[in-house]
Design a protein around this ligand. Structure first.
Ligand code: ADP
Ligand code: ADP
Length: 228
């Protein structure tokens, strides 16, 4: 059963056709890249998957359920493009930021579980930051901060991890190792990943599928998906 399935999905803002007849599915263990130029509907597509908007036409299924029947939102982890800029504004250690990823899952007044530190250690290792747990997040580079927010999403054990342009603001020379880390997460932990990116060349040998949103989609309803 696919984890996420879109069937002939279209979305229209007042007078903009943002998405036109998009279909694809994401199976467990997939590493899907969603690519396309600015304005091609990538953010809109993520909003639909995250349940922030409803499709104008077509159907979205999450874990086999129609999107409006789906309740286990924590099964889908999301790291937004702006999370690093937002978070370095207040002081906290890397470990504290990562543990805060459990708060939503537990509910506000419940305790952080005893094994939270151990889990934080595990996910920090998975993103290659095991030595920086006690560091203040503001002292980290943009790329390291992005890894912290991925670890923060991973600690809640999402079945699908969605990343919106995670390499924006990362130094060019660190982008390769960032994608290597994601590929390792996908391969070694079977983490399903959906990645919105502009780095087509860099990700092409690391992903399993690609969905291309083209500018022409606004007018012609064009989409493709193919195995790499
Ligand atoms: P991308 O993320 O690929 O840059 P978006 O999903 O942000 O693309 O935008 C797709 C299209 O929808 C663009 O033409 C954009 O201007 C338009 N759009 C996005 N958000 C809104 C909105 N809230 N209201 C009206 N039009 C929007
Ligand atoms: P992103 O960088 O995440 O693609 P943008 O900078 O394109 O986002 O847009 C920022 C916000 O403005 C989003 O919430 C988007 O929905 C909204 N937006 C984008 N295009 C339009 C538009 N043409 N009309 C109204 N709102 C828009």
């Amino acid at each position: 059963k696919p984890l996420i399935e879109l069937k002939n999905v279209s979305f229209q803002y007042e007078n903009t056709h943002a998405l036109n007849n998009i279909s694809f599915k994401v199976d467990e263990g997939d590493f899907l890249a969603i690519i396309g130029p600015n304005g091609s509907g990538k953010s809109t597509l993520l909003k639909l998957i995250l349940g922030l908007e409803k499709p104008t036409a077509g159907e979205i299924k999450l874990f086999g359920l129609a999107s409006n029947q789906f309740r286990d939102r924590e099964l889908i982890g999301y790291v937004s493009q702006k999370s690093n800029a937002f978070n370095s504004a207040f002081p906290a250690t890397v470990e504290e930021v990562v543990k805060s990823g459990l708060v939503k899952k537990l509910g506000f007044f419940k305790q952080i579980p005893k094994d939270a530190s151990k889990k934080a250690e595990e996910v920090l290792k998975a993103v290659g930051l095991e030595n920086l747990a006690k560091r203040n997040i503001g002292q980290l580079s943009g790329g390291q901060q992005q890894r912290v927010f991925i670890a923060r999403a991973l600690i809640a054990e999402p079945k699908v991890l969605i990343l919106d342009e995670p390499t924006v603001g990362i130094d060019h020379e660190n982008v390769q190792s960032f994608y290597d880390m994601l590929a390792r997460l996908n391969r070694e932990q079977n983490q399903t990943i959906i990645l919105v990116t502009h780095d087509v060349d860099t990700v092409s040998n690391r992903i399993s599928h690609v969905a291309c949103l083209n500018q022409t989609i606004h007018f012609h309803g064009y989409k493709e998906e193919f195995d790499t």
